[in-house]
Design a protein around this ligand. Structure first.
Ligand SMILES: [Zn+2]
Length: 347
């Protein structure tokens, strides 16, 4: 049988949730100043020195596939944006639920304009699936129109902890697209959840759920049962090298993809890449298993980080999106397998 997320007893977003979310965010905000001070005294953590930050800002402008808004079910739309990141929205009886806000406030405003061409229902909710700026820097546009922004507790922690890293590593993208970096700011979610949350009523609902970390702590999936669709923002990107700097466990990531592939759905909507099939999800699990095995073997045979980066090239995956960033992904895996911690750990 399929291992579907539990259903039936989840609250809608209510005042109690909102109050606890605000309390949780205050706690996070007060903690966020501490790691910087602590790490400054020891050796600098990855991604904190200017040279390091420049190294992670490695977007290469390329000829992308033109952006396309696809209606994938009567009430569900998927925005496929090859050059940047994907988003989606579901029109429920109670209003519109948006999944991810894209990479810049301007992108957020464009997404709102696309929604407005489809429906005049209020845009009530936005879910941030994970703590990468290319998926949540459109948040200010949704804050401006009064949408309630929802994210997993650990996603919010990642947004707070990696605020500087995220902003720094997107500069070449902003430049290449003529987007003003000064407009970008971290707008934190209003509501945090821990396990599941249901939005909507009647036949048109979305199950927002967390199964543990895949690519990132906080990786959130949105299952739309009546559309037989699931949106997997962080852990799944079709025909793509996903960033491996945040995952605490590649085995955990692979297990999550296998579990997601067993959901009773036909449409797998990724954070990057086009509308996908179950086999596409399993392809990413296979890539991760292959890369993990090779890097672990290389470490066991005594190769240094530099030798691993130089020697392991994975030609069978060379035509996938983001392959040009393979060097930093291999470094990140070396770090994970030799220290037991991701390069950028949180919460
Ligand atoms: Zn992304």
């Amino acid at each position: 049988m399929h291992q579907a997320p539990a259903t039936g007893t989840h609250p809608s977003v209510e005042d109690a949730d909102r109050r606890s979310a605000v309390a949780a965010l205050f706690a996070l905000a007060s903690l966020s100043a501490m790691p910087t001070a602590a790490t400054a005294a020891a050796s600098p953590a990855a991604g904190t020195t200017p040279a390091d930050l420049a190294r992670f800002d490695n977007f290469k402008a390329r000829k992308g596939i033109p952006m396309e808004l696809k209606q994938v079910a009567p009430d569900l739309w998927f925005l496929y944006d090859d050059l940047s990141s994907n988003a989606a929205f579901l029109v429920t009886d109670d209003g519109v639920l948006v999944i991810d806000s894209r990479q810049h406030p301007q992108h957020g405003r464009e997404l709102i304009a696309m929604i407005r061409k489809v429906t005049d229902k209020p845009i009530r909710w936005l879910v941030n699936t994970h703590a990468h700026g290319d998926h949540y820097y459109g948040n200010p546009a949704f804050r401006d129109i009064g949408a309630t922004i929802i994210a997993h507790r650990d996603t919010v922690a990642g947004m707070v902890k990696n605020e500087r890293l995220e902003f720094s590593r997107r500069q070449s993208f902003f430049r290449s697209q003529g987007l003003d970096p000064k407009e970008v700011r971290t707008v934190l979610p209003d509501v945090v959840f821990d396990t599941t949350l249901r939005i909507g009523s009647g036949q048109r609902v979305a199950e927002i759920f967390y199964w543990g970390p895949g690519q990132n702590p906080g990786d959130t999936m949105i299952w739309v049962p009546h559309a037989k669709a699931v949106f997997i923002g962080g852990p799944f990107a079709r025909k793509n090298w996903s960033n491996m700097s945040f995952s605490p466990s590649i085995d955990g990531w692979i297990a999550l993809l296998n579990k997601a592939a067993a959901l009773p759905v036909d449409l797998f909507l990724p954070g990057h890449g086009d509308v996908s099939t179950r086999e596409d999800v399993l392809d990413e699990a296979r890539l991760l298993a292959d890369v993990q095995a090779e890097v672990k073997k290389a470490i066991a045979s005594g190769l240094t980080k530099e030798q691993i980066v130089k020697q392991l090239r994975f030609p069978q995956y060379a035509d996938l999106r983001n392959y040009e960033r393979i060097d930093v992904f291999l470094e990140a895996l070396h770090h994970l397998f030799t220290t037991g911690r991701p390069l950028f750990p949180y919460p």
